[in-house]
Design a protein around this ligand. Structure first.
Ligand SMILES: *Cc1c(COP(=O)(O)O)cnc(C)c1O
Length: 431
């Protein structure tokens, strides 16, 4: 199912005014300096405004719409006929193809918006951290096509693990630093103690923030968790609903993988809105890893969004901001907490979550089935979404239900082929 460019939504959907309870606001901890004031200094003014907005529809700037189209939006919604036949299920499966994004993932949807606002607010560049590398790739792409500079602090072990993705960002003109790096105080202090430190997301965030603090012409951007990021991602779900409307089909279940919650939120929130207004019925399932089962096993409480405690406290399902997690190939799902909006919806019973084994065997098997039936290579993170959809379809086979199951393929796996090779053919574990 395709849409014409002029059918692409003209506004993002902000679910905040439609939530059945007031979203618990970000808060300062009782001790120490104000994190809220600090974030306001290093972040985009527009992002901060959108974060707290109670306006239901927020117009997508014309230039952002143009570049969405340039980057291949609207994206297809595909009926997974071959996968259905393979599974011999009475269920009808549909998937949204965010894997068609040029830098490889849905993260481009918010990267383009943030870089646009950065330029409008007079910045010359954007800086950030990246874990798996997808966010760094998306921000580098957006900065390149909009003529801004981009500085990325990339967790060292992943930087060394994925030389091709590093080349990809460098081709786009980004400055990519293995974190801890020598160019920030935080990084230098850590390297003095341990010159071979492998890094972690917390340190990389601290470096990105310090870079923005010390360079007035740079602004710090975030790729998941926050309300404005989920807002920009609703383009996915809005297109999907239009596509379903055009074929006169209603999804019974919507599924996606969840690390911080941006692709899941983007995909489901427009439909959640319909459910909250009593216009539809639908189930929503987030697929995660038992390495970081924030929604499945976390506590719903105020916690920091980062390891270094530089961010305000957010009310989220969290495993604790200081916790250490096992390594998995779906690195993008390794985050200690789920977005405040998704957390509230989980708390109120609108969203369910499921977590798959740390060995990722079933998940990678699902990716292989998807490759051999539908022919598209999913990112390892997206394979969780596919696993969950397959399990739902197999359940329908038992019950005979003809459910309509929609799932999101958040990214492609061409730069993750090494992970598939190691896991499926060399039987290695991530190190
Ligand atoms: C980053 C990423 C995720 C997980 O992040 P969310 O914010 O939970 O969406 C999932 N899939 C891909 C391809 C990613 O790059």
């Amino acid at each position: 199912m395709l849409l014409d460019p002029d059918e692409m939504p003209k506004a993002w959907y902000n679910i905040i005014p439609d939530l059945p309870e007031k979203l618990p606001p970000p808060r300062d901890p009782e001790e120490g300096p104000s994190r809220l004031k600090y974030m306001q200094q290093v972040m985009l003014k527009t992002a901060f405004e959108q974060e707290l907005s109670d306006q239901r529809w927020i117009p997508i700037p014309e230039e952002v719409r143009e570049i969405y189209i340039h980057a291949g939006r609207p994206r297809p919604l595909v009926r997974a006929k071959r996968l259905e036949e393979y599974l011999k299920t009475p269920a009808k499966l549909y998937y949204k193809r965010e894997d068609l994004s040029p830098p490889g993932s849905h993260k481009l949807n918010t990267a383009l918006a943030q870089v646009y606002y950065a330029r409008k607010e007079g910045y010359e560049g954007v800086c950030t951290e990246t874990g798996a590398g997808q966010w760094g790739s998306a921000l580098s792409w957006a900065a390149a096509v909009m003529g801004l500079r981009c500085v990325v602090f990339w967790v060292r072990f992943a930087y060394e693990w994925k030389p091709d993705r590093r080349t990809y960002m460098q081709l786009l003109g980004a400055d990519v630093h293995a974190s801890p790096s020598k160019i920030t105080e935080v990084g230098r202090a850590i390297l003095e103690r341990d010159p071979h430190h492998g890094g972690n997301l917390g340190i990389a965030i601290s470096e990105g923030l310090e870079y923005a603090e010390k360079h007035d012409e740079f602004v710090y951007c975030l790729g998941s968790v926050l309300n404005h990021v989920l807002l920009h991602q609703t383009i996915i779900g809005l297109e999907t609903l239009k596509q379903f409307e055009k074929i006169d089909v209603q999804p019974d279940v919507m599924i996606s993988c969840l690390g911080g919650g941006s692709n899941f939120g983007g995909f489901v929130l427009p439909m959640v809105g319909k459910v909250l207004r009593g216009e539809a019925e639908c189930e929503f399932i987030a697929a995660q890893s038992l390495a970081t089962p924030n929604l499945v096993k976390g506590e719903y409480r105020y916690d920091f969004a980062d390891h270094a405690e530089k961010t305000p406290l957010l009310k989220m399902y969290t495993l604790g901001h200081k916790a250490e997690f096992p390594k998995i190939y779906a690195e993008g799902l390794r985050y200690h907490a789920a977005a405040p909006i998704i957390s509230l919806l989980k708390h109120l019973g609108y969203v369910k979550a499921i977590a798959y084994a740390i060995d990722e065997k079933d998940v990678f098997e699902a990716a292989k089935i998807f490759m051999q039936t539908e022919g598209f290579l999913p990112a390892p993170e997206s394979a969780y979404s596919i696993r969950c959809a397959i399990d739902e379809a197999l359940e329908c086979k038992k019950t005979g239900e003809e459910k309509v199951i929609a799932f999101n393929v958040s990214g492609h796996g061409f730069l993750d082929l090494f992970a598939y090779r190691e896991k499926l053919f060399e039987k290695k574990e991530p190190t």
